[in-house]
Design a binder for this molecule. Structure first.
Ligand SMILES: *Cc1c(COP(=O)(O)O)cnc(C)c1O
Length: 417
C-alpha cells in the first residue's frame, strides 16, 4: 500500500533530536539562529505552535469585544476557536476552489462596521496572491494575518511585506517538520515586544514532553514505511480498527481538555535546536522535486478534471487533493489498487454567524463534500503515480470536471421590503 501519511523528517534528524534532549543548549543562541534564517530576522519570533502565536497576537492587539475577524472559510477548527476565545466573532469568507483564494465579492459582502481583521489561510500548498487582499484591508483599516502552515516553501515565500502577522508551522505533518514549533513574523515592533514579554511568562514545556513526541513519531514513521504499513493495515483490518481514523488522530496536535493551557507554553530547548537544524539544513531541491512530481501527476490526469488549486499560480503540492462526486467509491477503488487515499481532512468550515446566514460558504462546503486526498510525496515513484492515474482514468465518470461554482443553485434574490 502507498500510504498517504508521511513525515517530512529523516531518521538522522530524529536521532539528533533525541540526543539534543540530553544535552545543555544555549537557548538565546538557538533563537538567534532561527530568526536569522529569515530575510527580516528582527521581525521573527519562534514559539511552540502556530496556535500559540495566533493566541498571543490576539491577547496583545486587544480588539474590542464583538469585533469581527474575516477568515478563509476552510481551516483547522482551533483557529476560529482561538478567535472566539478572545471575545471576537469569526466570519467565514468562502473560497474559490480553483485558486483557493478568498472570493473578493464575499469579502465585500462579509464586511461590517465591526470588522477589524482578516485571516488568510494558504491551503494545500497553494500560495494565494495577497495584493488584492492587502489592498482591500488597507481600504477598510483591517489587520491582515497569513496562515502559512501548509505553505512553507523555505525562503520562497515569507508572507506579504504588509501583513501584520505571518505564521509558519513545523508541526508533525508539515513540510520540513521539527515535530513541533512554529515561527511568527510580526510587522509592528511594539506588538512583537508585547508578544515576547507575555510569552516569557509562559512555563517552558518540559524536555521529556519533546522526547516523548520524538519517540511517538519515530514509531509512526516506521509504521507508515513500506512494507511495515501493509502489516499494520492488515492488522487494523483484522482487529476492525479504522486505520484512517487512527492516522488522523495521531496527526492532531493538542488533543483533549485544557487546550489553552497546553498551547501557552514556551518551546523546550531541544525543539528549538531541531528547528535550527531543519531550517538551515533542509534540502530545497526536495521542494522543487515535489513540485515537479505534482505537475507530472497533473499531466497524467484527465485535463478537464477539477481540483482544488488547479488554477493557482503558485502550488507546492503539500498535499494532492482531487474532487469526486463519489468519494467513497473512488477511495475504495484506489485501495484495491494499493493506494491509500482519504476524504478525511483536518479542515472544517468556519461557523457562519447565526444572524448572517447569507455568508454560509457554499463552495467551501461543496469542496469538503467532494475532496479526496491522493497519496502523494517523494517516496512514491513516478511509476506508481502512473498506475494511480490509470486507476483514476478508469473512474473518470465519477470525478468532478465542472467548476464547483457552476454546480451551485443560483443565489436567491435578496428580499426587499
Ligand atoms: C497545521 C495547521 C495549523 C496549526 O499549526 P500548529 O503549529 O500545529 O499550531 C494552522 N492552520 C493550518 C491551516 C494548518 O494546516
Amino acid at each position: 500500500m502507498w500510504v498517504r501519511m508521511r513525515f517530512d523528517i529523516g531518521w538522522s534528524d530524529i536521532a539528533y533530536g533525541i540526543s539534543a534532549t540530553g544535552r545543555p543548549l544555549d537557548r538565546r543562541r538557538l533563537e538567534w539562529e532561527i530568526r536569522h534564517y529569515w530575510t527580516q530576522p528582527e521581525q521573527m519570533f519562534p514559539c511552540l505552535s502556530v496556535r500559540t502565536g495566533f493566541d498571543l497576537f490576539w491577547s496583545v492587539v486587544g480588539l474590542p469585544a464583538g469585533s469581527e475577524v474575516l477568515m478563509t472559510a476552510l481551516t483547522i477548527p482551533d483557529m476560529p476557536r482561538i478567535v472566539a476565545h478572545h471575545g471576537l466573532t469569526p466570519v467565514p469568507v468562502d473560497v474559490e476552489p480553483g485558486t483557493m483564494a478568498p472570493r473578493l465579492e464575499m469579502l465585500e459582502k462579509a464586511l461590517s462596521p465591526r470588522t477589524r481583521a482578516m485571516v488568510v489561510a494558504h491551503l494545500f500548498g497553494v500560495i494565494v496572491p495577497m495584493d488584492p487582499i492587502i489592498e482591500f484591508a488597507r481600504r477598510h483599516g483591517l489587520l491582515v494575518l497569513e496562515d502559512c502552515a501548509q505553505g512553507f516553501i523555505c525562503r520562497g515565500y515569507e508572507g506579504h511585506p504588509e501583513s501584520d502577522l505571518v505564521m509558519f508551522s513545523f508541526g508533525p505533518i508539515k513540510t520540513a517538520t521539527a515535530l513541533g514549533g512554529a515561527v511568527m513574523r510580526v510587522r509592528d515592533p511594539h506588538v512583537l515586544r508585547q508578544m515576547q514579554e507575555r510569552h516569557s511568562q509562559y512555563p517552558p514545556q518540559p524536555r521529556r514532553a519533546y522526547l516523548k513526541r520524538l519517540l511517538k513519531y519515530a514509531t509512526l514513521k516506521a509504521a507508515c514505511s513500506r512494507p511495515i504499513c501493509d502489516v499494520v493495515i492488515a492488522t487494523c483490518r483484522m482487529a476492525e480498527w479504522d486505520h484512517d481514523q487512527m492516522i488522523s488522530n495521531a496527526a492532531r496536535g493538542f488533543p483533549g481538555p485544557g487546550f489553552f493551557q497546553r498551547i501557552r507554553h514556551q518551546p523546550p530547548d531541544p525543539l528549538l535546536a531541531m528547528l535550527v537544524r531543519r531550517l538551515w539544513n533542509y534540502d530545497e531541491s526536495r521542494l522543487q522535486e515535489r513540485i515537479d512530481r505534482g505537475n507530472y501527476l497533473v499531466r497524467l490526469l484527465p485535463p478537464d478534471l477539477e481540483r482544488p488549486g488547479n488554477r493557482a499560480q503558485t502550488h507546492s503540492y503539500w498535499v494532492f487533493p482531487i474532487l469526486t462526486e463519489e468519494p467513497a467509491a473512488v477511495i475504495a477503488a484506489l485501495a484495491r489498487a494499493g493506494f491509500d487515499a482519504t476524504s478525511r481532512s483536518s479542515l472544517r468550515l468556519v461557523p457562519t454567524p447565526e444572524n448572517r446566514p447569507e455568508l454560509h460558504p457554499a463552495l467551501s462546503q461543496a469542496l469538503l463534500d467532494r475532496v479526496v486526498f491522493l497519496p502523494f510525496g517523494l517516496e512514491i515513484p513516478p511509476r506508481a503515480l502512473r498506475r494511480m492515474a490509470e486507476v483514476l482514468a478508469g473512474l473518470n465518470n465519477r470525478l468532478t470536471r465542472q467548476p464547483l461554482e457552476q454546480m451551485l443553485p443560483p443565489a436567491p434574490e435578496p428580499m426587499h421590503v
